[in-house]
Design a protein around this ligand. Structure first.
Ligand code: ZN
Length: 918
């Protein structure tokens, strides 16, 4: 399986004009990625520099946080001084920073890295291996261990600890323990999985330390778009960072992946696996056991060092495969995270038992909390020290059990392949004939990038009682990554776990359901019958020639600072194809992903305009391109027998149709003219991930918009500047009040405020259009006095509960705001409101839950009757304008391709003359 991932060819050496000799290794595989190893001209005698000699302070010193630039300076100094380390450029960040990981091992291992990597890849892809051959390979291989400095950048010890860990290893290479570890292990040490965030947070903290705002929250996201959600993008691969990490994992196939986080459940000092319940029912058991063993090995090592207060299970479940630091378990990698205690940044804090919750105030040793922490000072240096001990325990484990770890990687993969040869689902079929064929390509390209092979049918084949034509895409499961496909495509049934018998449901730490076909509105058919040899023979694996990601990443180093990176952040190179949402190292750099292309664009009929079905998300790209290039746009509302269409008049329309793979008709019809709206998106100083995701989705679909700040609201006269305003999904109090005065520098304090809400009310009354996403609906209903009630507002968790789940709603497809939607759409429900119009004369229900039965498609729902007949989206007139309330998340984490169009229609579709009244 996956032959093109397996066997790199020899390295090509090239000289460099810099004073340091550089080695460029180009792996001339179909995968066509290459890495740049900057090898130091080091000598054995060189002194390894201490962190303090480079940074000017010890790692973990109170009030000190090294920036990414400073960290890189230290790692470069180590690289100069030690032949036990090489810096590897892995790619660029969202803001264009060059990004490095350190490879640490013996010089002998570093000189044969290609062979080591080859064994690692061979065992990761077991086709053609038997147990004996695998044992031989494992005996001769090295454990490849990924340890990183985290992705959540306000958890600052994560990144800082990597410098201490690197120094500890490189300064003791002659000591027996270190020598043993480095002979057996290749450590891939990532100083950070989010370099932009380390830079941003260090600058923010550096500006505030010693002032009254020393521990103030940073008023912007520490990842360009998605902030803290940056570890929840594992399968969707929307962020550049996620793609860099996943690509590197596929290049090396480490056996262990350890991501550091802060914070543990107070007052425990570090949280370690095993995870809390529920864990994924699809996680390979053998790998789960390894993770549990690693958790215990770390706890034991901490105890040996007198570092008390380690705990397990409590709080952090492992249900969601969206976590970057858990998702690889489905690929037979022991991937997990740990959570060390955190106060704020590098500021120390003193605690007494009086601060503890009652149930922990007795300091009673527990089975999985054997040495209760008794309080006292907690410093960033303590967190660094705990992390260093934990990381070393992992290296120790990997060195001791090296051959077993390598063999188990093979075993778990071989087990998956043989399981799915005997058990359903045997495959998933993705027909080319889809409402939005490009959405199917977006889904398949993501699976391919994760390492799942994609096939297509060479000829028509019958499965069950249906025949599928030639060209139908096939996702097979009979390989080592079969569970990865299944966990993403099957329906999730989140277990009904209660906090106590008959008590409220114990809620998932993240979300409960994510079935990709439902999220993305792509028809996917499960094959329940075994694949015959004839069927297998009629399936061809897809692949294409691709450019190297390095040839596409032309971004230069940038100086730090928010303004500097904001100024150039949007100039990152664009290499994604028009049917990829991501850009900058898009899926076109992966040979299998690049082999998945949509049916070519098609233009039928005659006439000067394009009639576009907004079921295709790319219809909105076409609309935006028309506006950008001086074309015009009109809208033809649905009539009996004729669904709604956007009519686009644009020069170069054939090119547009082919570039965007549009299924279009040419027409001479005319419709209601649509002017390009002036769109504003509220961007609060209480930084909002939903705002960031909205920004990401709008940019990807080429909408022009402006960020609207509190001062813009308070200045009033919003109608002079905007036609449409969007409020991201945040709690009403957060939107209205923002950060409390005195907790942040004054200019970041407060939210929209009473004045802002009055301005919003005036904006709508005077003809503006307001879109409230999910949680912000409550604020708008209240502030504008809308005749709408959220019927779930006071529902108790024992009666009604659902979070992060997929629900079916009936849609009024005749309404322009629901143009292109299907009669039964699937929406992402996330602690959402459900609406009732309280004045029969006012407002229109756009989507509603069924009158009976359960609307649950995937995830968890308690109390379905509370939803029966309620509205999921409404449009309500208000003065001359209108308010659109979404009781779900139409653009959640850039994943809900099936409902992006609802948000896009809300921005541009013309409303009936009396908006929202019937
Ligand atoms: Zn975290």
């Amino acid at each position: 399986m996956l032959p093109n991932l397996r066997r790199p060819l020899r390295a090509v050496l090239s000289a460099s004009e810099t004073r340091r000799p550089a080695v460029t290794w180009r792996w001339l595989t179909a995968f066509a990625f290459c890495v740049l190893l900057v090898q130091s001209a080091s000598s054995l005698d060189a002194q390894v520099p201490t962190p303090a000699s480079v940074l000017g302070h010890a790692v973990g010193a109170d009030f000190e946080m090294a920036s990414w630039d400073e960290m890189l300076g230290f790692f470069r100094a180590l690289d100069e001084a030690s032949e036990y380390m090489e810096l590897l450029q892995v790619g660029h960040t969202s803001y264009g920073r060059p990004w490095y990981a350190a490879v640490i091992s013996t010089p002998e291992n570093l000189s044969t890295l290609e062979d080591i990597r080859d064994v690692s890849l061979r065992l990761a892809h077991p086709e053609g291996l038997d147990d004996e051959a695998a044992r031989t390979l494992a005996a001769g291989g090295k454990a490849v261990v990924h340890i990183d400095g985290g992705m959540h950048s306000t958890e600052i010890a994560n990144a800082q600890h990597t410098m201490q860990l690197a120094y500890d290893l490189l300064s003791t290479v002659d000591e027996p323990w270190t020598r043993d570890v480095l002979e057996n292990v290749v450590l891939m040490l990532w100083p950070s999985l989010n370099p932009d965030g380390v830079q941003l947070v260090s600058e923010w903290y550096g500006d505030n330390v010693g002032t009254p705002f020393e521990v103030a929250p940073m008023p912007w996201l520490y990842q360009k778009y998605i902030g803290h959600d940056n570890n929840r993008d594992a399968y969707m691969l929307n962020a550049v960072e996620t793609r860099v990490i996943v690509r590197t994992w596929r290049e090396w196939e480490p056996q262990i992946i350890h991501t550091h986080h802060q914070s543990s459940p107070f007052p425990t000092r570090i949280w370690l696996p095993p995870f809390a319940e529920p864990v994924s029912s699809r996680a390979p058991a053998l790998v789960s056991r390894t993770i549990n063993s690693l958790g215990m090995a770390m706890a034991q090592a901490l105890e040996e060092h007198g570092q008390v207060g380690a705990t397990h299970m409590d709080f952090f479940d492992a249900w969601y495969p969206g976590y970057s630091d858990y998702m690889p378990i489905f690929q037979n990698i022991a991937a997990y995270w740990t959570e060390t205690a955190l106060y704020r940044y590098a500021t120390p804090r003193f605690y007494t038992v009086a601060d503890f919750p009652d149930y922990r105030a007795g300091l009673r040793p527990e089975a999985l909390y054997a040495s209760p922490w008794q309080g006292g000072w907690w410093r960033v240096g303590d967190a660094v020290a705990y992390m260093v001990t934990a990381s070393k325990a992992v290296l120790d484990y990997a060195a001791k059990y090296r051959a077993q770890i390598l063999f188990n990687r093979y075993r778990s993969g071989a087990d998956q392949a043989s399981y799915f040869r005997e058990n359903p689902p045997y495959a998933y079929l993705v027909p080319r004939d889809q409402g939005d064929p490009v959405a199917a390509v977006e889904l398949l390209r993501r699976l391919a990038f994760l390492g799942i092979p994609i096939h297509s049918l060479d000829r028509a084949l019958t499965f069950g009682d249906r025949t599928y034509p030639e060209g139908t895409w096939v996702i097979r499961t009979d390989h080592e990554f079969g569970e990865t496909a299944r966990v993403l495509l099957e329906v999730q049934e989140y277990p009904d776990l209660r906090e106590f018998p008959d008590g409220p449901p114990s809620q998932p730490y993240d979300v409960a359901g994510w079935t990709l076909s439902a999220l993305m509105d792509v028809a996917v058919v499960e094959v329940r019958e075994p694949l015959s040899n004839e069927a297998r023979a009629a399936m061809s694996p897809l692949s294409a020639n691709v450019p190297s990601w390095q040839d596409l990443s032309g971004v230069q180093d940038v100086a730090g600072g928010v303004s500097a990176i904001d100024a150039r952040g949007d100039n990152a190179p664009v290499d994604a194809s028009p049917f990829d949402t991501p850009r900058d190292m898009g899926f076109d750099t992966h040979p299998v992903a690049a082999g998945v292309v949509p049916p070519p664009g098609r233009l039928q009929g005659s006439g000067s305009r394009l009639a576009l079905d907004p079921d295709q998300n790319n219809a909105f790209r076409a609309v935006n391109r028309a506006w950008r290039t001086g074309g015009s746009v009109a809208f033809r509302p649905a009539t009996e027998g004729a669904p709604a269409r956007y009519l686009v008049d644009v020069s170069g329309r054939d090119r547009l149709v082919s570039d965007l793979a549009l299924q279009a008709e040419a027409t001479s019809e005319s419709g209601d003219p649509v002017m390009r709206p002036r769109v504003g998106l509220y961007r609060p100083w209480a930084a909002s991930m939903d705002e960031g995701w909205t920004r990401w989705v709008l940019e990807r679909f080429e909408f022009e918009f402006q960020s609207v700040r509190d001062t813009d609201f308070q200045a009033g006269r919003l109608g002079d500047r905007y036609d449409v305003l969007i409020l991201p999904s945040e709690r009403p109090a957060s939107l209205r009040d923002g950060h409390d005065r005195g907790t942040v520098p004054d200019r970041y304090a407060g939210g929209m405020g009473a004045a802002g809400l009055r301005a919003l009310d005036e904006f709508v009354r005077q003809g503006g259009r307001l879109i409230a996403l999910n949680a912000s609906s409550d604020l708008v209903i209240d502030a504008l006095g809308l005749p709408v009630e959220n019927v779930l507002a006071d529902a108790h968790r024992t009666e009604f509960f659902s979070t992060g789940s997929l629900m079916e709603v009936g849609v009024d497809t005749a309404h322009p705001l629901m143009a292109g939607e299907r009669d039964n759409a699937v929406v992402f429900f996330d602690r959402s409101p459900a609406f009732e119009l309280t004045d029969e004369e006012v407002g229109v229900v756009l989507a509603s839950y069924p009158e009976a039965g359960s609307p649950l498609v995937s995830g968890y729902l308690l109390g379905e009757e509370r939803l029966h007949g309620r509205a999921a989206a409404v449009v309500v007139p208000h003065g001359e304008g209108a308010v659109i309330l979404f009781g779900f998340r139409p653009q959640w984490r850039g994943q809900t391709f099936g409902t992006f169009g609802m948000l896009f229609n809300a921005l541009v579709a013309p409303l009936p003359a009396e908006p929202g009244s019937r």
